[in-house]
Design a protein around this ligand. Structure first.
Ligand code: DUC
Ligand code: ZN
Ligand code: ZN
Length: 470
């Protein structure tokens, strides 16, 4: 037997096992795992390196409208290029509905933005902003049928926040169609109240962003979302959890037998609200929601990852340029934190940060790393086992890592559209050196080898994890 490619001599890790063997690849799929697989058109030497499933980042925002005068720093080309350099083979951005829009039209618009523009594979979650009868009764069920099997709802933000009634209706559609609901859990009225009060007191700098949405704002909404899901008896994913109290709501629900899942992100392990204190709008670089908290919250998020309360570690990549009036230095943003574009870049740094801080420092195992960054994303969002593992029959989506390589994260190393990284200066051990998508290198030894349009759109199955309890 001969293969297109054999990856030889590496150490392979999946979510459950670590072993040494050759990986045989043909037609973009892994077709054999074994010792001395024989001949291939190309032999890739992976001695001393790790061979891992390509990262799947199931929470990224790309080319999303973000308000008047604001432009996101990434289009699909730059975001997926950066993702590939960061060891990822798939991202799941959002197709975001705005009030009055047809969801089907929105999906078409995002396809038009992405088609032929991706270096790695993509699939879309839907954001539901207008839960009309037509959306709930016709568009959503048809879209779930067509492979858009997850949707995000917001409990805050002008124009996006759903009422509890609307949340219940969306959850009901999810239960009936087998889709998974992702929830942005922050209390809208509490944020508006606190923001008004801070502004009235003249507290308008970026650092007050954190004070405008403190932990109880997130904890309350998390509790409420879980309670609503319990009423419908439907699983939900609480995204971007930032602190212990919200995490404990998830853990408590799980102890009571509910299927409530949690996600956390690099910003909640690596940043604190102190980062928002920089002078002259520097703090705007770290404005994201929920905001980074404190050291104790970071410790809590590590516990959540270690204990499986969080099954997903995603970037929540939502990039704006810093030194740009269409980005973090939007003129209106200088008048109040309320108007600072909300989100930070992270798709390229997610994996090196978790590898270094988690695996290299002994907080999590290599297998847990694979689960948290790839396998669980595939399982949660209906991509498994086509994606998210290394096994015979899966897509040959592979990241080759040098576990000993030391780097210092810096904007000069980045490949996305933003002009800064919030993780500047962080030293890491372990680095993705090559990324292979369906058997072809997108990044090889630190150089871009993939072609624009090499990434495909992937329609998804319904997730096993979205099934209600028996
Ligand atoms: N929520 C996200 O998930 N991403 C960016 C901003 C936000 O509020
Ligand atoms: Zn969110
Ligand atoms: Zn997000």
């Amino acid at each position: 037997m001969s293969f297109d490619t054999i990856i030889r001599g590496g150490t392979i890790a999946t979510a459950s096992d670590t072993f040494s063997c050759d990986v045989g690849i043909s037609g973009g799929k892994i077709t054999a795992l074994g010792a001395d697989l024989g001949t291939a058109a190309e032999i890739v030497d992976a001695s001393g390196l790790l061979v891992l499933p390509g990262g799947i980042d199931s929470h990224v925002h790309i080319a999303q409208p973000s308000g008047p005068g604001i432009v996101m720093a990434d289009d699909f080309a730059s975001a997926t290029r950066a993702a590939a350099f960061g060891g990822n083979t798939m991202v799941l951005p959002f197709a975001m509905q705005q009030k009055g829009e047809s969801l089907r039209e929105v999906v078409k618009q995002y396809h038009a933005k992405a088609d032929g523009q991706c270096y790695i594979d993509v699939s879309f979650h839907l954001i539901i902003a207008d839960a009309t009868d037509a959306v709930l009764g016709q568009e959503l069920p048809a879209l779930v049928h067509d492979g858009y099997t997850s949707f995000k709802v917001f409990m805050t933000y002008e124009g996006l926040a759903l009422s509890d009634m609307e949340m219940l209706k969306v959850m009901t559609v999810a239960r009936e169609t087998g889709a998974l609901v992702m929830v942005h859990a922050e209390n809208y009225d509490a944020i508006r109240f606190l923001t008004d009060r801070l502004e009235q007191a003249g507290k308008t700098e970026p650092k007050y962003h954190a004070a405008s949405r403190p932990i109880p704002v997130e904890r309350e909404a998390t509790h409420r979302a879980i309670s609503l899901a319990e009423l419908i008896d439907v699983p939900i994913m609480i995204v971007h959890v930032s602190n212990r109290e919200a995490m404990e709501e998830i853990a408590r629900a799980r102890r009571r037998g509910l299927k409530i899942y949690g996600e956390t992100c690099p910003q909640y392990l690596m940043l604190t609200e102190k980062d928002l204190e920089g002078l002259n709008m520097e703090g705007a670089k770290y404005v994201c929601s929920p905001p980074p908290r404190d050291k104790e919250s970071q410790a809590a998020c590590w516990e959540g990852l270690q204990q499986g309360i969080f099954s997903l570690f995603s970037s929540d990549h939502c990039p704006f340029k810093y030194d740009d009036p269409q980005g973090k230095l939007l003129p209106k943003g200088k008048t109040s934190f309320r108007w600072v574009p909300n989100g930070i870049p992270g798709v390229e740094t997610r994996l090196p940060i978790l590898f270094s801080e988690g695996v290299s420092k002994g907080r999590i195992t290599l297998n847990e790393f694979v689960a948290l960054t790839s396998t669980n994303h595939a399982k949660t969002y209906g991509l498994y086992p086509k994606k998210g593992t290394i096994a015979v029959g899966t897509d040959a989506d592979i990241a080759i890592w040098d576990p000993k390589r030391k780097e210092t994260i810096s904007q000069t190393l980045m490949h996305g559209g933003s002009d800064y990284t919030p993780y500047e200066g962080i030293a890491v051990t372990g680095w993705p050196v090559s990324t292979m998508l369906r058997g072809k290198f997108v990044v090889r030894d630190g150089k871009l080898t993939g072609k624009l349009g090499g990434g495909d759109y992937v329609a998804r199955e319904k997730s096993e994890l979205a099934k209600p309890r028996a």
